[in-house]
Design a protein around this ligand. Sequence first.
Ligand SMILES: Nc1ncnc2c1ncn2[C@@H]1O[C@H](COP(=O)(O)OP(=O)(O)OP(=O)(O)O)[C@@H](O)[C@H]1O
Ligand SMILES: [Mg+2]
Length: 278
Amino acid sequence: MIRLDRVSYSYPRATSPALNDLSVDIPAGQFCAVIGANGAGKSTLCSALAGFVPHFYRGRLTGTVEVAGIDIAASSLAELAGTVGLVFSNPFNQITGARFSVRDEVAFGLENMGVPRAEMETRIDYILQFAGLAGLAERPPFALSGGQQQRLAIASVLVMRPRVLVLDEPTSQLDPVGSREVFTVLRDLAATDEATVVLAEQKLEWVAAFADRVLVLHEGRLVADGLPGDILASPDLQRYGLEPTRYTRAARAAQAAGLRPEGDTLPVTLEQAAEFFA
Ligand SMILES: Nc1ncnc2c1ncn2[C@@H]1O[C@H](COP(=O)(O)OP(=O)(O)OP(=O)(O)O)[C@@H](O)[C@H]1O
Ligand SMILES: [Mg+2]
């Protein structure tokens, strides 16, 4: 569904590339997390998947980015909008503010696509239910909490049924309650297996809990690619400026203190930790 072939990109006047010789294939239905320290290139990768690189950010792009068979450099942002949906960290940047209710906000993109009224209503009802916003449909968007606003932003993108959903740290502006709300929606989405999802994320416990696959970026390069359990428990993580989850740290401490045998698979989720320490 997503194919990157030797992709390098530099922002205008940048001295080093933000993406450096990236090649990766992401099959349909996969939930893929992208992790990496600040400045590793996560947001730039998200921008490239949605075509903002190179259509909005100029600079120099080499190699090819293909999403659902479309070469992003060769098509316009308008063409890409029906294929890739991008959700930003801050829902404020996403919600149009031109609409008086949550329902109308979700309708916005569909109206632009010319979807028939009856189908629109069905799709909106479904997506509001899915995002846990059914009871808030008539509220003004900016009267919602941060978590609700971000779920609205996600719903507004999902209602257009993009083949690929890209989220750039969707909970970084939210408190723990809001974050949990958003990740619950993402988990439900992953369970449907309908969308291919790329999620840039710093919260590794959440990555561990629902990603099918983890890509690690470091200084614009893809330095690791594998299953969450393998990547997040790897001793290499710290080399890339990332902190292991508290479950992995506790398990390592237990091994160092001789309370657990060395060599056991280290936990990255609460469930795995419960098993590890049982
Ligand atoms: N608009 C821009 N113009 C110029 N350089 C940029 C721009 N945005 C990002 N960069 C640079 O590109 C590199 C990759 O940045 P990017 O924002 O993709 O990293 P990130 O992994 O998303 O980091 P963070 O965790 O801080 O969000 C960094 O060196 C950054 O300084
Ligand atoms: Mg970023």
